[in-house]
Design a protein around this ligand. Sequence first.
Ligand SMILES: [Cu+2]
Length: 148
Amino acid sequence: MKKLLTIALSAVVLATGIYFTIASNAVAEEVTLYKNPQCGCCESYADYLRDNGFTVTVKPTHELVTMSHEAGIPDDFQGCHLAFIDNYVISGHVPIATVNRLISERPDIKGVTLPGMPMGSPGMSGTKTEPFTIYTVGDGQPSVYAVE
Ligand SMILES: [Cu+2]
């Protein structure tokens, strides 16, 4: 009898675990991406996130620079669009490995940014000529979060 109860309890614990895993993934996969109306590489980046399992809502805006400032990104570090995922900001053409690392490690920062529009980065045309340096977005000066 005790064994049966243990089995039943484990099943409940397991089911609850699966439920919360699904629930938290669902939250993490929702993305809102702000871009200038005429930006084409921003659309390509939205498609790149979709290809990697995210649900992306694209919102055209003329306030991107202001919004990037408000998100804590200094002028020299701004990317060409602004994505919000799971309470983090992701600015520019950040590769998916770094996006996934951010939302799984959940560091105490506001987000990450890949400044400008490097050739060969996700959503950009051209050939990659050097490693991409992705910086933290937070209260202090940006620091290197990833190089890939
Ligand atoms: Cu771009």
